[in-house]
Design a binder for this molecule. Structure first.
Ligand code: UD1
Length: 418
């Protein structure tokens, strides 16, 4: 078993470079099955979710090589139409293979992803949209079979701007000779990134980042070279680390615009933020102020993935922070660990009430999910004494080199193995 051992209360200083965005790299890797030529992806983060997606691509028949942060994918032209359960179950986002495989082969057979740490994760919006696009969908005994003679483009109104459903529909309809409109589409930067990537490969898609995405199917997609955009969630997590420890750090390789939705929360907490070109210097006060009310929303609202680390930093703020989660049911699992460290968080359904305390104390805690794990790291950095965090597989899904980066910033952190 591995654990992170963090001796808290060290000020951080210096700079950290943000990696490529996991949530952009994943759908782009899935999109590679649509391309008939080599795809070269730079700035691809080294994370377990990316490794698992590469394993699926290899299983399907693609040739994939990785050297440092560059991944090359060659679709050799004979793809399998199914993905075994053990590969599917490693991460929920493997459902994004459904669209491109159905588009490319006319059929796809996948296992249904179960719920996850964040609660039930239905895919009804994906499937209903597929049916509207002339895909026959059969769900039986935990399996899902899609088949189609021909994708027939149409106008789709999403009942909720689901990120995954928007991506799956874009990937299902990028090929073919019909036109599809996605109304109430997700507007996250990762959707624009997927559009940019697909268009570089020859697709004809417009409107990403706005309410309506228009996809004109094309005959074929070629390859391209593409660099993955920076991870806005990793950036906001390092901002929380700096804020919780009263530190000043520079965060490099960010897209300033994508950080905008979280900036108000850090300003309200008393942090000064100086933006440069693709970088940010955050100067945190000795003790943070409370943040009156944070509510997670779809982009450009406050991102749900940035929430738990901000809750962790608010644990040591002056006063009461009210946090409202509107996207996922079970975002607050890490509260148990935070309270074990001396935090005072009470959960009322979707609302977390965080009463700031003067001190947190080191404890033995378990990461429960990716962002909850990052929240425990955040609290440990601010806490008196030693915290040991286990279940690191959650944290490793989304943070490349976390202990190295934090050590360079001056934290006392190491990874131990039994
Ligand atoms: C993506 C991100 C995740 C982020 C989330 C919201 C990836 C790999 N993951 O997840 O990190 O937290 O966006 O920004 O990019 N829903 C349905 N039916 C559906 C689809 C979704 O009810 O068919 C619900 C979900 O249960 C959830 C909400 O809609 O409550 C948001 O889901 P969605 O936007 O689809 O998130 P993901 O694509 O799963």
């Amino acid at each position: 078993m591995e654990r992170l051992v963090i001796n808290g209360k060290r000020k951080l200083s210096g700079e950290v470079k943000i990696h490529g965005a996991k949530n952009a790299a994943l759908p782009i890797l899935c999109a590679c099955v649509l391309c008939d030529e080599k795809v070269v992806l730079h700035n691809c983060p080294k994370l377990s979710d990316i490794k698992n997606t590469i394993e699926i691509l290899k299983y399907l028949g693609c040739e994939v090589t990785r050297e440092e942060d560059t991944v090359e994918v060659v679709n050799k032209g004979y793809l399998k139409d199914s993905i075994p359960k053990d590969l599917m179950n490693k991460m929920r986002s493997s459902i994004i293979f459904l669209g491109p495989l159905t588009a490319k082969l006319g059929k796809a057979n996948l296992c249904l992803p179960g719920g996850c740490e964040l609660g039930p994760r239905p895919i009804d919006i994906h499937l209903k949209s597929f049916e509207k696009l002339n895909v026959n969908v059969v769900k039986q005994s935990g399996k899902i079979a899609c088949s189609t003679e021909k994708i027939k483009g149409t106008s789709i109104n999403l009942p909720f701007p689901s990120v995954g459903a928007t991506e799956n529909i874009m990937l299902l309809t990028a090929l073919g000779n019909s036109k599809t409109l996605i109304h109430n589409a997700a507007r996250e930067p990762e959707i624009i990134e997927l559009q940019n990537f697909l268009n570089k490969c020859g697709a004809n898609i417009s409107g990403a980042g706005e309410n309506c995405i228009v996809i004109n199917g094309v005959k074929k997609l070629h390859g391209c070279t593409h660099s993955i955009l920076p991870d806005r969630i990793e950036a906001s997590t390092y901002m929380s680390f700096a804020a919780a420890t009263g530190s000043t750090i520079s965060i490099k390789n960010i897209c300033n615009e994508h950080i905008e939705p979280v900036v108000f929360a850090f300003r309200e907490a008393g942090c000064e933020m100086l933006f440069g070109e693709n970088e940010l210097k955050i100067i945190a006060p000795k003790r943070l102020n409370r943040i009156m009310h944070i509510k997670t929303l779809v982009y450009p609202g406050f991102p749900t993935d940035s929430g738990m680390p901000i809750i962790a930093m608010s644990c040591v703020a002056k006063g009461t922070t009210i946090f409202e989660e509107t996207i996922f049911q079970n975002r607050y699992n890490a509260t148990l660990g935070l309270n074990k460290m001396g935090a005072n968080i009470k959960i009322y359904d979707r609302i977390a009430v965080v009463e700031g305390v003067k001190e947190l104390y080191g404890a033995d805690v378990e990461a429960t999910d990716l962002r909850g794990g990052a929240a425990l790291v955040c609290a440990s950095l601010a806490a008196n004494g030693i915290t040991k965090i286990t279940q690191l597989q959650h944290i490793d899904r989304g943070y490349e080199n976390i202990e190295y980066n934090l050590s360079v910033l001056g934290a006392d952190i190491k990874r131990e193995k039994d």
